[in-house]
Design a protein around this ligand. Structure first.
Ligand code: F1P
Length: 352
């Protein structure tokens, strides 16, 4: 049998051990948070490209929702370069996420940030990269190299590190205690269970292929929106089929016209402020006869893949990316594509 997709699957299988590695970096992460708070940044810019942009989006969530009196902006590195670099100043803290630390747009944002006096951090799994020359803090997360081209273990690890950073910052500024490290064993146990039960997810992917489904819509609210974007991208870049991601309740404002097409609507329905609103939408979509795949830790039914249940909504939605990465892998493998070498994709974009 062809050994297909060995690299990407091995990366996903290492996510549970990477959680421990990130946890061991907590003191370093806390030290970076102290430096940032000591700097007194009034504006935070979170940035990255592709999956790393979505990682930055989720990492910024705690600063957006915990009532911290700072401006928070999340933008792809290319957009900052083309439209917003004049806003960078000594009052700004620039948090870049980059697996390679070599992506052209992200490096150029860091260079401009340095010239304009920002306080900059990069979160990366690469021990050495050119980003090191342009940042005040180089937050290296030692989870081992990522073998595949599409981001899986790196997305999970860098996002988790980013959340530990922003939860620390939010706690230091607000005086509240956010003990995110105490929740890591729950996250690890969940990921291990999902990975051990991956055949069920592969079988689900095959069932959709047998029904001829080649359209997927991913819906998520709050911290689930970046995960909807990332899982949509993962499936798209691994299988080349049509996928899109929306804020959950936005689906009613136009895209609901697609109900009736041969598609699957993936609903991220984590416990939190959006739960009841999204659950109501889920039930409506079922009543309209849609194929719906739900990810949640509550009201688990035959259409639901369980997700982790921790004290932090953002960790719960981060856990959902693991079954969805396995789903993308399973779908790609079942249609004979090599997720280890996706068409037209490069591991590092070196020009723009
Ligand atoms: C960013 C990125 C990846 C994508 C592909 C191309 O890389 O867009 O998200 O999977 O590898 O590059 P990086 O800045 O995180 O290294």
């Amino acid at each position: 049998m062809r050994i297909c997709c060995e690299k990407t699957l091995r990366d996903i299988l290492e996510i549970s051990t990477s959680i421990e590695s990130v946890g061991k970096s907590f003191d370093v992460i806390k030290g970076v948070a102290e430096a940032i708070v000591g700097r007194g940044c009034r504006y935070f810019y979170f940035t990255g490209c592709g999956s790393s942009y979505y990682s930055a989006m989720l990492a910024s969530f705690p600063l957006l929702v915990e009532g911290i009196d700072v401006g928070v902006y999340v933008l792809p590195s290319s957009e900052i370069l083309m439209y917003y670099s004049s806003r960078l100043s000594r009052e700004c803290c620039l948090v870049a996420i980059s697996r390679s630390g070599e992506t052209a747009e992200t490096l150029d944002v860091l260079k401009i940030g340095r010239e304009r006096g920002v306080y900059s951090i990069v979160i990366t799994i690469s021990e050495r990269s050119r980003a090191r020359d342009y940042v005040d803090s180089y937050l290296y997360i030692d989870v081992g190299a990522e073998r595949g081209v599409v981001m899986t273990k790196s997305f999970f690890s860098m996002t988790l590190a980013g959340l530990m950073l922003t939860r620390s910052i939010a706690g230091m500024i607000s005086g509240k205690i956010y003990d995110i490290t105490s929740q890591l064993p729950i996250l690890k146990e969940y990921v291990e269970n999902v990975v051990n039960g991956r055949e069920k997810i592969f079988s689900l992917a095959r069932s959709y292929i047998e029904r001829g489904v080649k359209r997927f819509v991913f819906l998520g609210s709050g911290p689930a929106h970046p995960i909807a974007l990332e899982s949509s991208l993962k499936l798209k870049e691994s299988t080349y089929i049509a996928t899109e991601a929306l804020h959950a309740l936005e689906f009613r404002h136009g895209p609901i016209a697609t109900v009736g097409e041969n598609q699957v609507i993936v609903v991220l329905n984590q416990d939190g402020k959006s739960y009841n609103y999204v659950y109501k939408l889920y039930k409506e979509l079922l009543s309209m006869g849609s194929y719906v795949l739900r990810l949640s830790s509550r009201d688990v039914d035959e259409n639901t893949i369980p997700i982790a249940r921790t004290d932090f909504e953002e960790l719960n939605v981060l856990s959902a990316i693991v079954p969805l990465q396995l789903f993308a892998y399973g779908y790609a493998s079942a249609i004979g594509l090599d997720i280890d070498n996706p068409r037209n994709l490069v591991k590092v974009v070196k020009q723009y």
